[in-house]
Design a protein around this ligand. Structure first.
Ligand SMILES: [Zn+2]
Ligand SMILES: [Zn+2]
Length: 131
């Protein structure tokens, strides 16, 4: 699977705390989460806190690295300021830019689930240093 942003970079699969996810270790350090994986990292039941029609609240972004459908940049929370994350209209996977990982950590702190996400982010930092 290729990075949806860098195109020519292949995503590398890593496992952390029982979930496999795909990481652009040579390029932008973004992360691909299959449907349900983001919720798993954040220890929530759903990837996004509320349902939304992607084409109503989002902007077109990249093509999905997994199923090649259109992804939409949508705010994580609809009711308060939050980073845009890219959600696939087909497989409902989620692409996280590296800067969004930091934003997500702030969100996780608000949700008081930051422990697991912090550990994942530290792990990602270590992986990016191996390169
Ligand atoms: Zn990339
Ligand atoms: Zn997709």
């Amino acid at each position: 699977m290729n990075c949806p942003k860098c195109h020519d970079k292949t995503l590398v699969q890593f496992s952390h705390e029982g979930v496999d996810f795909d990481f652009c270790s040579d390029g932008c350090k973004g992360i691909w989460c299959d449907k349900g994986e983001l919720a798993y990292y954040l220890e929530l039941t759903k990837d996004l806190p509320s349902e939304r029609k992607l084409e109503h609240v989002g902007k077109k972004s990249h093509l999905c690295p997994s199923c090649h459908s259109q992804m939409w940049a949508v705010p994580y929370f609809l009711s308060k300021p939050s980073p845009d994350i890219d959600v696939c209209s087909g497989c409902k996977g989620i692409w996280l830019d590296f800067k969004e990982l930091g934003e997500l950590q702030k969100i996780a702190m608000n949700l008081e689930v930051e422990g697991k996400l912090s550990r994942t982010l530290k792990q990602i930092e270590q992986w990016s240093k191996l390169k």
